[in-house]
Design a protein around this ligand. Sequence first.
Ligand SMILES: [Zn+2]
Length: 274
Amino acid sequence: MLMRRFFPGLVPPDPRPERALWFVFRGRELLVRENSALDPLGQPEELGLAMLRWQYLGRLGGQHCFSAEVAAGHAAPPGMEFRDLRALFGRLDETLHALAGRAVQIVEWDRTHQFCGACGEATQPRSTERSRVCPRCGLACFPRLAPAVIVAVERGDEILLARSPHFPAGFYSVPAGFVEPGESLEETVAREIYEETGIDVKDVQYFSSQPWPFPHSLMLGFTARYAGGEIRIDPSEIEDAAFFRYDSMPKFFRGRISISGWLIEQFLQKHGRG
Ligand SMILES: [Zn+2]
């Protein structure tokens, strides 16, 4: 599939184009065709969609893109269905899935920032940046983004993995945690690994990043090396942690779906097990 470049925008063409890519959400479910495809639609109102709010997103190649929200329980038009965004991983075109992740965050932010958090006045959208501003007290609200680090800690030919009680039986992942106000990313890496597993790390290196719209994270992947300490888990966060050799790995989440899988796969590739 041809990579199409996305150009974010704030001001929609007036009038709205006859056909456009519409990312219509019912909660966190996206409106797609029954075969999970998403292609340009005519005006949503003509399809019987009662939109609560809609937003202009920008252009993908030559297509204008919009996001919108309908009420809980709203029926899908004939031949279409609402599907959970996670269930569409690998089914929906990758560029469109990424854009849907962007869209659902804008929809959610717009819904939850209709009124000023300081004085309660109705907010207004700005046309110069993605924000809503209070006309009475001037408070501006921007889309929320929660940065989180996710870290592959290596000790020789072993990698540090942990499992959360929410994981399917037997599955492990590399540890992760949210950045706190005032922290550098390197400090977050050291604190999270120490808090969750009791391990000290060194040589923290940036690896890659991934937007994760569940609900509004930006995952920042790092690699690090073991510097000392014995495993001592924080039972409020995880139920087990251990160093695993490349040839005796537990089950983990593979593939393109998450950066945790990429981090583990780069470790295995280094040892000829990719
Ligand atoms: Zn205000």
